[in-house]
Design a binder for this molecule. Structure first.
Ligand code: VGL
Ligand code: ZN
Length: 201
């Protein structure tokens, strides 16, 4: 199971709070007990990251900007390396998690995906890690459905894994129809959808 970005800044009171983001925590904790191999991710940006509106004078959060690697939504500054906002939610309780993967650390390139940065070339190493463990099937949950969960699931498929999103263990940002657009892309990529009840949680 991949648990994407269940961090303080994406929960109530955080810098980029996802509506009801914190609601996934108890469900993710129950689900994790069903999986032997759990990987957690953290969005983990330098303070002057290119995805922050504050890095572009005159720009506002939630505007889009064309960058060398493609269009980039500008976000409020969030998940700055080493801050409380970047910490995992304090009630996340997955002591057997095997790896915590940090992404988005390159100042010049965002990384919604846990596999591949937004330049679509730089790998995080997660594909090799999972493959070396013999893992073929991924279940994915966390925040936010339409950004980091969706990009991670799509890339999981591109790297040859089966990928299923545990829908009720995710919450979305839903910016300008991004949630519906994400589900359409995910269906086309062969990403499955399941509820936590079907997994016994
Ligand atoms: C995310 C926007 C910016 C996410 C991360 O975790 O979905 N969204 N950075
Ligand atoms: Zn981010």
């Amino acid at each position: 199971m991949l648990v994407i970005d269940v961090q303080n800044d994406f929960c109530a009171g955080g810098a980029l709070a996802v509506p009801e983001g914190e609601a996934v925590v108890p469900r993710v904790n129950r689900l994790a007990k069903q999986f032997e191999t759990v990987v957690l991710t953290q969005d983990w940006h330098p303070a002057d990251h290119i995805s922050f509106a504050a890095s572009h004078p005159g720009r506002q959060p939630f505007e889009s900007l064309d960058l060398p690697y493609g269009p980039q939504v500008l976000w409020p500054s969030h998940c700055v390396q080493g801050t409380q906002g970047a910490a995992l939610h304090p009630e996340l309780d997955i002591p057997h998690a095997r790896m915590i993967l940090r992404k988005g650390g390159n100042r010049l390139v965002d990384s919604y995906s846990a596999f591949l940065e937004a330049d679509r070339t730089s790998r995080t190493g997660l594909d090799g890690y999972l493959r070396s463990l013999g893992i073929t099937d991924l279940y994915i949950c966390g925040l936010a459905t339409d950004f980091c969960v969706a990009w991670s699931a799509e890339d999981a498929r591109a790297f040859g894994f089966s990928a299923t999103i545990i829908e009720d263990a995710c919450r979305a940002i839903d910016l300008n129809g991004s949630l519906a657009a994400a589900w359409a892309k995910l269906a086309a990529a062969g990403v499955g959808r399941i509820g936590s009840a079907a997994l016994g949680a």
